[in-house]
Design a protein around this ligand. Structure first.
Ligand code: SF4
Length: 505
């Protein structure tokens, strides 16, 4: 078996994935998605950018002939070239396991090795801004392989990350951990038993095994599908044998709250979450003390104070406060790499005339962002009393950013933001829903709302916008606008449901 850095890296992220990549039926793995393709392209572009700063040589060998690659790399090291791109180091680990290291760069430094008065250190280029655990394990792996081939320990290993100086990995700390990890990884890959599924959006979203894993998690009511169950909480729950939905739904929160990964009211909330899922029914959080706080406020409490309180999380509005003659629903599409908010979308809902109208303020290029911002401000100014509903803090942050960028008077921004009501806060901090997450898509779909294009999502919208910039194809802009309108309408759907639910509870 060939164990390379990629397998080791995937193993740190998900043992099951490393196992399936090595032993699974690869025809069952989903092809690379457009979103992942984009990340890979970005990664290559960044590597190219970094490599342009090095004068490197590359070993030449027949494709996938790692022995020839190792020989060619050692020759370059023997010559003492300054920098080697995609060097290859192959080394036996045991009778049936061979290790393969291919760091992005091997950089020559002063020192002593079998080649002479120089040593090489490994460097890997990553898109991430943080030296994640898996990158440090791989850096330690590459350093150890290099130590074997040059008969000298590299003094360090570098991670060339995005927007930071090169990060020096502490080899004394990470090499022992890497050895443990390699041993565990080999044991797992050789085992007959597939590692347990654990669905975590962050790690699973780009994984080709997701449909298969998700089906299994769903069929077994796996706790990783319950919002709030993190890997560390799951490990803690295992120690007290709470590993099924049924058991968690019946559990006493006091028993859970003593576990290290739980704090405050999270144990109670998790049990309620499990109950809600089991019953497929929403539950009002009993410690929605914010609601009680509001009941205790003097009746003469000023609107300004109320508004200030409403900006803080945990404080729900009275249901009737979430209804106004005219309501605005606001959603933004952005391209983070360009630092561009290219679409400010608003649905104006007039309850008196029972009509609604969608407005799309679109920047067809970076240069048009200011115009879209001004058009948005002009529309909002027509409805000075209307609350502005949105989902999550991005809209608030963006209004602050655009206000600063385009010199909108700060008082105007303050007045505008005082009208903003985050429906996510209202829902997530006051009720528990039988959903797998509290994302807008999940919540609205649970309520029966459907996006006209089921494939549309935030990442897809960015891809469409990038393609629009490349090709000038207006159908891509139409798709973005339709998606944004549906996001605004989904926010309205959720808000209306929330109000009705509170009124009827
Ligand atoms: S979908 Fe998730 S749990 Fe399944 S293999 Fe991929 S990363 Fe692991």
């Amino acid at each position: 078996m060939l164990l390379n850095a990629e397998i080791l890296l995937q193993y740190q992220r998900c043992q099951r994935r490393a196992f399936l990549d090595a032993n699974g039926d690869l025809s069952q793995r989903d092809p690379i998605s457009d979103a992942l393709h984009r990340v890979i392209q970005e990664k290559f572009a960044y590597q190219k950018f970094v490599l342009a700063q090095y004068n490197y040589q590359q070993p030449e060998y027949p494709k996938n002939d790692w022995e020839a690659g190792t020989k060619a790399t050692l020759e370059l090291m023997q010559q003492g070239v300054e920098c080697i791109y995609k060097g290859v180091i192959l080394a036996p680990y045991s009778e049936d396991i061979t290790l393969l290291s291919r760091p992005h760069l091997l950089i020559k430094q002063q020192g002593h090795s079998k080649f002479g008065d120089w040593v090489y250190i490994p460097a890997n280029i990553q898109l991430s801004k943080r030296p994640k655990l898996e990158y440090q394990i791989v850096a330690a792996f590459d350093a150890q392989m290099l130590a074997i081939s040059q008969l000298a320990d590299p003094p360090t290993a570098l991670l060339i990350l995005r927007r930071t100086d090169a990060y020096e990995v502490s080899l004394s700390k990470w090499i022992p951990l890497m050895h443990l990890s390699v041993e565990e990884c080999i044991r797992t890959l050789n085992s007959l038993e597939i590692p347990e599924v654990f669905i975590s959006r962050q790690k699973c979203n780009f994984c080709g095994w997701l449909p298969q894993c998700y089906a299994e998690a769903k069929a077994t009511e796996h706790l990783s599908l319950i919002p709030g169950v993190t890997p560390s909480r799951y490990s803690d729950l295992q120690t007290i044998d709470l590993v099924t939905l049924e058991a968690l739904a019946r559990a006493n929160p006091d028993q859970i709250s003593t576990l290290p990964s739980f704090e405050g009211k999270s144990a109670q909330q998790l049990v309620l979450q499990a109950r809600s899922t089991k019953l497929n029914s929403p539950i009002i959080l009993p410690f929605g003390s914010a609601y009680e706080i509001q009941q205790t406020l003097p009746t003469q409490t000023s609107q300004t104070v109320l508004r200030d309180l409403l900006q803080s999380r945990y404080l729900p509005l009275k249901p009737e406060s979430l209804i106004a003659p005219i309501e605005l629903y606001f959603d933004i599409e952005a391209q983070p790499d360009l630092n561009l908010d290219y679409l400010l979308g608003v649905v104006v809902c007039n309850r008196l005339t029972n009509t609604e109208k969608y407005y799309a303020f679109l920047a067809e290029s970076q240069a048009e962002e200011q115009k879209a911002w001004q058009q948005f401000l002009d529309l909002i100014a027509q409805y000075p009393q209307a609350p502005v509903f949105h989902f999550c803090p991005y809209e608030v942050d963006t209004v602050k950013r655009l206000g600063k960028l385009y010199y909108t008077p700060p008082e105007q921004i303050s007045l505008l933001l005082a009208r903003f009501i985050d429906i996510y806060d209202q829902v997530a901090y006051n009720v528990v829903l039988p959903t797998e997450s509290y994302a807008l898509k999940t919540l609205a779909r649970w309520l029966g709302f459907e996006w006209r294009n089921p494939e549309a999502n935030g990442s897809q919208s960015i891809l469409w916008y990038d393609k629009w910039l490349e090709t000038g194809d207006r159908t891509l802009l139409d798709a973005i606008v339709q998606y944004n309108e549906d996001d605004c309408l989904a926010t309205r759907h959720l808000k209306d449901w929330f109000v009705g639910f509170l009124q009827n509870s």
